[in-house]
Design a protein around this ligand. Sequence first.
Ligand SMILES: [Fe+2]
Ligand SMILES: [Fe+2]
Length: 190
Amino acid sequence: MEKQINKIAKFTAMKDGSVEDYHIIRKNDEATARELPDRLIDHLKEMAKDDGAYKINRLEHVLQCATRAARDGAGDDWVVAALLHDIGDVLAPYTHGQVAAEILRPFLSEEVIWVVRYHGTFQMFYNKSLNSELRNNRDRFKDHPYYHSAVDFCEKWDQCSFDPDYEWEELDFFIPVLRRVFSREPFQNY
Ligand SMILES: [Fe+2]
Ligand SMILES: [Fe+2]
């Protein structure tokens, strides 16, 4: 990777750091940020190690989800959201939507981020083992402007993407769109 660190900050406690030290740290942070797409690709590959007791593994699920979004003609934001919506699954089993949303937040539209953040609540609608209060927990967002987007995301792309017979695109197919989205200037209110 491009990261070139030929300097190390001299301090051992932040309060003793010089301006030059913080310039060194800043340069390193910028290089780390540019590597984010590579880190996400590595993590997606990691997701293949776990199937969560579904018929297909976690990587195959998000590939299938993103393939459905792409074939429906969805734009870059939605395709990347479909690809990364479960990225926090194994690291944050109780808050995975929030983790994924925070990773995506600097680069995607507010609507897409909202859907990723709350998709877990909307997915509960399909889980017949839950009581009706939990299954209908999404109703608390009924009047929210993005409610129907979240319903559609789950109905058309997420809840149906556990099918071993569906012919999804492989990870390589999505790498250009992933890099395109993460090369955007962060926090520009997309
Ligand atoms: Fe999820
Ligand atoms: Fe999912």
